[in-house]
Design a protein around this ligand. Structure first.
Ligand SMILES: [Zn+2]
Length: 75
């Protein structure tokens, strides 16, 4: 498991979180990275306007932003 802290955010790479968590996804068409929660009908790239459901391979999940405190593990 790898993660970095960016401010208050903790990004967990190569993992999926809860549906309402912000996920970092990469568009396979233009390699644009953007953030979106999973609990949407479909996601849409803000750069090339490609859209797809998460099940499709148009977007690769890079990781998710863990924002709930309290279950901290010592590094
Ligand atoms: Zn795109």
């Amino acid at each position: 498991m790898s993660y970095i802290n960016r401010g208050r955010e903790r990004i967990q790479f190569d993992r999926k979180g809860s549906e309402q968590d912000l996920h970092i996804v990469e568009c396979s068409h233009c390699e644009n990275e953007f953030r979106t929660p999973m609990n949407v009908q479909k996601i849409e790239c803000s750069h090339c306007s490609a859209s797809a459901k998460f099940d499709h391979s148009d977007f690769r999940v890079i990781g998710f932003i863990e924002n709930h405190q309290g279950s901290e593990m010592a590094c």
